[in-house]
Structures are given as structure tokens and as C-alpha cells.
Ligand binder design. Structure first.
Ligand code: ADP
Ligand code: MG
Length: 272
């Protein structure tokens, strides 16, 4: 928590309006779908998870175990068959700008410049006039000053993800939901973007829930890693990552955790 406080002070020093992160509570969630051929798909079974405000948690697990479904539930894009979800004390009843989303595909509007993409949420909510000064702050935060007037097709993959990140953050989300956001980037850009997301997380203190297939990314980024079982997705295990930041990707403790988690995932895969 000390580092979190230091981070909040760091954010204030940068002159950015600070966010008020919130806790997230996922309580005994179950979710089924009916597939196109009429089969019942039991995506999530009795999933519970509590995140403290400002926490960074990763979700890892086999493909199809319901990670994206869980994020969509927190986003309010789906509703659970059983259980309940809360941000702070408020039940999640539908989508809201207080819960930002970022995907592998940056989903930028191709006909808008970087600046207009980033401010699109302010335009949609009719608050651009009073919040216009923040647009430059967020362009600077993600280091896209030189590309503010460029169009998405003129950006590299990493730059497009920076723009998507700024577009999500300008709404001052209490929670940021990241669904394999760096999955399409090459290894070097991906490592740089991990540092970028961490820097922003420390500066803004936003609660973040990150889905990733990359065990190294999960260990490098998170306070805790939630390992999910194959479908129907359940919380198999939660691993606390107590390593100091910045973390050494080839440190002995890092590599030990990596081996342990890989073993666990292998075991979870065999259990199905
Ligand atoms: P993950 O992100 O872990 O790969 P998903 O959450 O995308 O898994 O999906 C979990 C399961 O639920 C999969 O079997 C998927 O096909 C199914 N599913 C997800 N969304 C829908 C939907 N809208 N309709 C039908 N089936 C769905
Ligand atoms: Mg997914």
C-alpha cells in the first residue's frame, strides 16, 4: 500500500487530475450460454474474486474458460445467471464509463485522428467543452504528442494501443478491464507497453483486471494472479506476487514463480 500512496503523489506531481479507484467484488458468479446449435455452454461456475481499490490482478487460464466473459460481466455487457457484482458498494447493472475496456484490437475509429479518438468519450457524454484541457494531458501521458493529428492507419501497433489506453483513461475509470490488450504486439513492443501500462497504473492508481495468456506478463505486472480452471471456469488458485517493482524478468524468484505457474496450468489442463 505504501507504493500505492507514493504512486498517487507521483500522479499529483504530474499535474493530472487523480482518479478515485474502486474495489471490485465478484460474488458467486455463474454464467451459461446457449450455443448456435442449441447446446448449453457452462462458461463460469461459482466464481468469486475481490479486488481492493488500486489493485492489479491478472486472469490466466485455458482458452474458453470464461476469462472474457468475466470481464464482460464486470463491464456490465452481460448479466450473470447467479451471483452478484459490485464496484465499491454499487451493484453493476450495465455498462458505464467508470469501467473502461481495452481489447487486443485497439478499435480506434479509422476516420478520426488520434486526438479525436481520444476525446471521443468526452464528446459522447457532452463534456468536451469543460474537459478539453485534459485531452492534451492524456495525449502526453501516453507519449503521442507527435501523432495527435495522425490517423490510426499511420500508427504502429504499440502506438495504436497507447491511443486506445488514453481513450479509456480520459473517462477517469474507477476500474480498467484489459482483455489481452498487448496480445497482438511483437515481443519488444509488448515489454515496452507493459512498462507503460505499469507507469500509468502507478501514476493514476486505477484498479486493473488484466486477461493475459503470457505468464511472464502476469508475473511482471500483477499484485495477484488468478488461475482459472478449464470450462466451466472456476477460480483454481490465486497467487500473490510479492516481488518489488520494477521486477527483474530473469530474477531467481521470478523464474521460480514462472515454473510453478506453468506446472499448475499444465495440471489444470490435464484435469479436464
Ligand atoms: P476465454 O476468454 O477464457 O477464452 P470466453 O469467455 O470467451 O473464454 O468464452 C467462454 C465460453 O463461453 C466459450 O465456450 C465460448 O464459446 C462461450 N461463449 C462466450 N460468449 C458467448 C456467447 N455470447 N454466446 C454463446 N457462447 C458464448
Ligand atoms: Mg477471451
Amino acid at each position: 500500500m505504501v507504493s500505492r500512496q507514493r504512486a498517487a503523489i507521483g500522479g499529483a506531481k504530474q499535474g493530472l487530475t487523480s482518479d478515485v479507484p474502486a474495489s471490485v467484488r465478484i460474488v458467486n458468479i455463474s454464467k451459461q450460454f446457449i450455443s448456435t446449435d442449441g447446446e448449453t455452454v457452462h462458461a463460469l461456475h461459482d466464481v468469486s474474486l475481490t479486488m481492493v481499490a488500486g489493485e492489479m490482478v491478472s486472469l490466466v487460464g485455458p482458452s474458453g474458460c470464461g476469462k472474457s466473459t468475466l470481464l464482460r460481466l464486470v463491464a456490465g455487457l452481460e448479466s450473470p445467471d447467479a451471483g452478484a457484482l459490485y464496484v465499491g458498494d454499487a451493484p453493476i447493472a450495465g455498462p458505464s464509463a467508470e469501467r473502461g475496456l481495452m481489447f487486443q484490437d485497439p478499435n480506434l475509429f479509422p476516420w478520426l485522428t488520434v486526438r479525436r479518438n481520444i476525446q471521443s468519450g468526452l464528446v459522447a457524454r457532452g463534456v468536451l467543452a469543460e474537459r478539453r484541457h485534459e485531452v492534451d494531458e492524456f495525449i502526453r501521458l501516453v507519449g503521442l504528442e507527435a501523432f495527435a493529428n495522425s490517423y490510426p492507419h499511420q500508427l504502429s501497433g504499440g502506438m495504436a494501443q497507447r491511443a486506445a489506453l488514453a481513450r479509456a483513461l480520459i473517462n477517469h475509470p474507477k476500474v480498467l478491464l484489459l482483455d489481452e490488450p498487448l496480445g497482438a504486439l511483437d515481443a519488444f513492443t509488448r515489454m515496452r507497453m507493459q512498462d507503460e501500462v505499469l507507469r500509468i497504473w502507478q501514476a493514476r492508481g486505477t484498479t486493473m483486471l488484466l486477461v493475459t495468456h503470457d505468464i511472464d506478463e502476469a508475473i511482471y505486472m500483477s499484485d495477484r494472479i488468478v488461475i482459472m480452471s478449464p470450462r466451466p471456469g472456476r477460480v483454481e488458485r490465486i497467487i500473490e506476487i510479492g516481488l518489488e517493482r520494477p521486477r527483474q524478468r530473469n530474477g531467481a524468484e521470478f523464474l521460480r514463480m514462472r515454473a510453478e505457474i506453468l506446472e499448475m496450468l499444465h495440471f489444470a489442463g490435464n484435469a479436464s
